[in-house]
Design a binder for this molecule. Sequence first.
Ligand code: SF4
Ligand code: SF4
Length: 136
Amino acid sequence: MKVTDENQPGPVYECKCCGHCCHGQATVSVSEQEQARMAEFLGLALSDLIDRYLNVKEHCTEMKIVDGHCIFYGDDGLCMVHPVKPFHCRRWPLHPSILGDEAAWKAIRRDCPGFREDVSYEEVCDFVRNNLHGIE
Ligand code: SF4
Ligand code: SF4
């Protein structure tokens, strides 16, 4: 049988830019190094970045939530700090908990429509293993 592109499965994962992962009442932590990178990217003093955009808690610093989404989620549906967004945002949805825990995979899948519909758990684990190392 001739194999055409239509017969090939699509990519395991492709972000649909739906913005779901930037919404909710919680956001991710931002390390001091990430704060410095964000301040430089936005042309702000670190203290101004913290005042305007961050929420300093006892054990971590997070991004502020405004109108039910991360303060950096833009009106155009894109991340305003994409080149310097925090590690946890860059890594999502390839979370290491997927490996060896199918329930974790199912929970992540419910929250992220970027995975191919017919993808198997084994394919996803391979994809996570092959791609996690490049995200630092
Ligand atoms: S939820 Fe998934 S598909 Fe939607 S923007 Fe986030 S990573 Fe992309
Ligand atoms: S920093 Fe960007 S990618 Fe991360 S939650 Fe905020 S808007 Fe979304």
